[in-house]
Design a protein. Sequence first.
Length: 263
Amino acid sequence: MTDLAGTFQHQAVAEAYQHRPPYPDEVFDRLEALITDEPRRVLDIGAGEGAIARPLAPRVEAVDAIDIAPAMIAAGKQRPGGDHPAIHWQVSGIETAELTGPYALVTAGASIHWMPWEETFAQIVPHLTPNAQLVVIEHGPVDTPWRDAVRALIKLHSRKQDFNPKFKVVDAIQERGLLDLSGTARTAPITYHQRVADYVEQFHSTSSLARELMPAEEAAAFDAGVESAVRPYARDGVLELRIEAELSWGRPLPPRTVAATGH
């Protein structure tokens, strides 16, 4: 786990997570449709505070929600649906988690960026049903008129200066030979209303903009800059956002092993 990934251990990051926009309901319709095997058991890797696990739990037999950060798991248990009997929370890195399977579906959000992919796939592949799919889901606001201004602020203050907005984690996983991609889909946009203050705060739920990594005066400057960029588009202090999600799914593959030879 990189130093930046370790910021998810902080309580303030877990608290800021509640201000991230929700996944559209269509995400969960699509996830449910991808389950074709029994038992209808799901493995949610890098579950965080359960943004996928909590809405999905009532639709399936069980969800094993795995995350390395105790603060994230603790927050998830307190949020709506976090006490659903179908959710089994576990604090662990996925590569060393105790998996009970077999799983008919594996889900992953943005945190899959931080995982050691070879170790992760070596761990999950033996616990899958014959037709199980891994689904990577990314989501967020689209077509925001303030995008360029906020991106400039992120670039200025981010602790991850090599951030590439065009990087596609699914493509990178495919290039490693770990995923046989079979489909992608983008959900229809939903409208989400959010207070300006909460919109600003959600940036501090990311690894590169966590308050713990920024001097107080720098965090204040970042917040003021984002608020200044979005405030002209707010009505009574509330922004109207269009949220979309992109799903990519396929069959997880075990890591390739290279046999040692004398040649």
